[in-house]
Design a protein around this ligand. Structure first.
Ligand code: NAP
Ligand code: HSE
Length: 440
């Protein structure tokens, strides 16, 4: 067995602390499997006095992670700080520039600077490994970078954010409010430092941007992602979805179309019979459609210290093994420019929830607007609010929920039809619109 590889770890929070503990527990086994032993020599965090569940005095302490990356005697720099700039970016650049291998779980950093960092890594013969950055404990980066390289990929999609999936699952199963579910996800260490990144879809978009590059051999283009989060999803939508044979999931989808590659993140109605519909709680799942293999689906924990540490340590072991796979599956200079497909041309079915004034002709008006936009309705259901006080009466000025399911149409047609419906004065508020995804 060769000389021990020296590891520096910056960031000792939820993930970093788990990585230190995992390496201590399974270090010998990893050394036998990778052919090199590993020793953590240096660490960095802001507060040296914080209790992290292990003795930090066993390592060289750096308050400044950039200093660690620049000067410490290390072979591998593990960045577990987070953020797409500042200390995380500067330290990763510093480590790669002097040929130190980097392992990171930082999807925000890679989504913004991934191609640039890959160039620096490749110019300096350093690895840049980031399995934990996408879908936590699921080995999807390895699957795309290595195992599926013989396939032409047409679509990659999945549940990529554990916090959102946890919230949607608990809202449905336990009837708990959005805010309480989010607070639980934060307590369990699933959420980002700024949880708006989870619930507004940014975190899913960062991961999708990386998957798109790996799947299609294109430069990472996170600014070209259509994005909606889950904050507008109500229990009424979740219940209606259930009654109609669907579940609501926040999906990230990248697919090849005739006009380019569509990248989108939004709440999605998925058929209850699909594999994705059965992914609950903090679990993530990623599906890839390849021309030779067909569809593969990988599922597992998408967030949390231990699951994420599992991927970080696998990346460290790959460095120890001498694995030199290009950062984004092919040399960064060979990546193609990303060509964006326009979202207005997106095709699919739609769930629409309207709040309709219960007046004569209101339904007919809505059906006419849809018809004039060329949209066929698969179903239309009025879900009258229960009024136990006076069940026989109705008030034309009290809006009632109406759910429409459309056959396949285009995004532009739906948006124009809903604008016209709004202008007719038959609905009381902005319609809710959720895309339906065709899945196996
Ligand atoms: P966290 O619990 O907030 O930990 C962040 C760590 O970074 C803390 O130890 C903090 O120090 C340290 N830190 C922050 N700013 C620093 C600075 N300027 N200089 C030195 N140290 C600094 O975050 P986390 O949940 O472990 O996430 C870390 C990374 O993993 C992020 O990129 C995140 O997106 C990614 N990730 C997280 C999960 C998850 O489930 N949590 C899953 C996959 C990927 P102090 O402890 O002293 O404050
Ligand atoms: N906040 C992220 C999530 C962590 O909830 O999925 C894992 O990347």
């Amino acid at each position: 067995m060769g000389e021990a590889l020296k590891v520096g770890i910056a960031g000792l929070g939820t993930v970093g602390a788990s990585v230190v503990q995992l390496l201590a527990k399974h270090g010998e086994q990893i050394a036998r499997k990778s052919g090199r032993s590993l020793t953590v020599t240096a660490v960095s965090a802001r507060d040296q006095s914080k209790d992290r569940g292990f003795d930090v005095s066993a390592f060289d302490w750096f308050t400044d992670p950039v200093e660690l990356a620049k000067t410490a005697d290390i072979d591998i720099y593990v960045e577990l700080i987070g953020g797409d700039n500042g200390a995380a970016e500067d330290s990763v650049r510093a480590a790669l520039s002097r040929g130190v291998h980097v392992v990171t779980a930082n999807k925000a950093l890679l989504a913004r600077h991934g191609v640039d960092l890959a160039m620096i890594a490749e110019a300096n013969n350093a690895c840049l490994n980031y399995e934990a950055a996408v879908a936590g404990g699921i080995p999807i980066v390895k699957a795309l970078r290595e195992s599926m390289s013989g396939n032409d990929i047409s679509r990659v999609y999945g549940i990529l954010n554990g916090t959102c999936n946890y919230i949607l699952t608990r809202m449905e199963a336990d009837g708990i409010s959005f805010e309480d579910c989010l607070a639980d996800a934060q307590r369990l260490g699933y959420a980002e430092a700024d949880p708006t990144f989870d619930i507004e879809g940014n975190d899913t978009a960062h991961k999708l941007a990386i998957l798109t590059s790996l799947a299609f051999g294109t430069k990472i283009s996170s600014d070209d992602i259509y994005m909606e989060g889950i904050t507008s999803i109500t229990t009424a939508d979740i219940q209606a979805a259930n009654e109609l044979g669907f579940r609501i999931k926040l999906l990230g989808v990248a697919q090849r179309t005739e006009t380019g590659i569509e990248q989108r993140v939004h709440p999605t109605m998925v058929p209850k019979t699909s594999a994705i519909a059965r992914i609950d709680g903090v679990l993530n799942a990623v599906a890839v459609d390849g021309d030779y293999v067909g569809e593969i689906v990988l599922a597992g924990p998408g967030a949390g210290g231990n699951a994420t540490a599992s991927s970080v340590v696998a990346d460290i072991a790959d460095v120890a093994r001498g694995d030199e796979t290009p950062v984004l599956g092919m040399p960064a200079v060979d990546l193609k420019d990303y060509q964006r497909a326009r979202m207005r041309l997106h095709e699919g079915g739609y769930y629409i929830r309207l709040s309709v004034f219960d007046r004569p002709g209101a339904f007919a008006e809505i059906a006419r607007c849809m018809g004039e936009a060329g949209i066929s309705l698969e179903s239309i259901v009025q879900k009258r609010h229960a009024n136990l006080e006076a069940p026989a009466q109705f008030d034309a000025d009290v809006p009632q929920p109406v759910i429409l399911i459309t056959y396949e149409t285009t995004e532009v047609a739906i948006k124009e039809a809903l604008d016209v419906i709004m202008s007719k004065g038959v609905v009381a508020e902005q319609p809710q619109m959720i895309r339906i995804e065709k899945l196996n």
